[in-house]
Ligand binder design. Structure first.
Ligand code: AMP
Length: 147
């Protein structure tokens, strides 16, 4: 349980916690792998969100997940970039959250994840909470507590 005074400071800029879906780079689950490869490389994100045509959250995909699919015993088979779809490769078991201001849950999950997808009751993708934004709140709290 986080001390109430710390919680208040941590949540002071809570409106900044979630990057809204409109500002988050995503790929569609039906996109080919080469499209995801391009987006990940150009946007320089380690991992991005996968959604469906109705903006439901489906999973996450990274460059490592893609290259793993291309590896054969003695070569890299780039033709598979066109053969496979994002849904064939994406990770579906990463944790998702519903309340971006639940700081206790965020801190716990962000130990192992660099970002957390936020979904609503219908699994509609709302945005992400990133380690960076939460660390900013922690940094602010550490420097303000007791003043
Ligand atoms: P950060 O804590 O800002 O370094 O972000 C952690 C991770 O969240 C990044 O490596 C990306 O995988 C993801 N991320 C952050 N911002 C965005 C964004 N605008 N669009 C897509 N993914 C993002």
């Amino acid at each position: 349980m986080i001390d109430q005074r710390l919680q208040t400071l941590l949540l002071k800029n809570k409106q900044k916690f979630m990057i809204p879906a409109s500002l988050v780079a995503t790929v569609n689950q039906s996109n080919s792998l080469d499209h995801a490869f391009l987006v990940l490389t150009k946007d320089r994100y380690a991992k991005i969100i996968v959604i469906d045509n109705k903006n439901h959250y489906c999973g996450q995909i990274s460059l490592a997940m893609i290259t793993d699919q291309l590896l054969e015993t003695k070569r890299i088979n780039v033709e598979r970039l066109n053969e496979l779809k994002v849904r064939d490769v994406m990770q579906t078991d990463a944790p998702v959250i519903q309340d971006p201001t639940d700081i206790e849950e965020n801190l716990h999950l962000l130990i192992d994840q660099s970002f957390l997808p936020v979904v609503d009751d219908h699994n509609y993708f709302c945005g992400i909470v990133t380690r960076r934004e939460v660390l900013k709140a922690v940094n602010y709290t550490m420097h303000t507590f007791g003043k």
